[in-house]
Design a binder for this molecule. Sequence first.
Ligand code: C5P
Length: 232
Amino acid sequence: MAKDVIIACDFPSAAETLAFLDRFGGEKPYVKIGMELFYAEGPQIVRQIKARGHRIFLDLKLHDIPNTVKKAMRVLSGLDVDMVNLHAAGTRAMMAAALEGLTRPDGTRPLLLAVTQLTSTDQAALAGELLIPASMEDVVLSYARNAAAAGLDGVVCSPLEAGRVHDSCGAAFLTVTPGVRFADSAGDDQKRVTTPQRARELGSDYIVVGRPITQAADPVAAWERCRKEFLG
Ligand code: C5P
């Protein structure tokens, strides 16, 4: 399985995103499109980036009743993206329905990942607002096991959780991990960060990196450095 760096293209418009990708010339980095860009530009931005030859992780984090998610995933499967995601909190029934919707008539489909608990949710909110009495680590691992049981390909989690997820769900179960920073750069609003090299040592399969690349003076050099440190 090919490990790689995925660039979080958190830009507000197609124009800014395409100008950013133009800087890479003939190189075709793996791109993450999130809610901001997708809601601003619609499916067309996915088609445009795909037509340029990039692989795409469409990060829309679906969460609704199984039938609705299944139908939405059927639409997304037509966009020819490489990876999509949903919230594991939607239950195993929702995840299984999503997988069904995502699978094309010829049996192919994008990889499907589950968000376990958002990294913005802390133990206090888990207990005090969501009324979940377990530890964050137990919740993340339990949700990952639910995702694996539903047939999903992996989870989005912290690099710090990647090893335990692999221990629990198998080495082939993917861990896609944001919260990555160079040793000498700012942490921004990410709380628990690791370097690309440390993410590799911890067993991440894909790292998602936004601002350390998108806001760098030389984004191509930052992407190359990130790949070098992560891929070894
Ligand atoms: O700029 P930065 O490297 O922090 O970007 C990380 C990306 O990963 C953002 O698009 C963010 O929304 C996403 N993400 C995250 N933490 C999660 C899930 C997604 O940072 N738990």
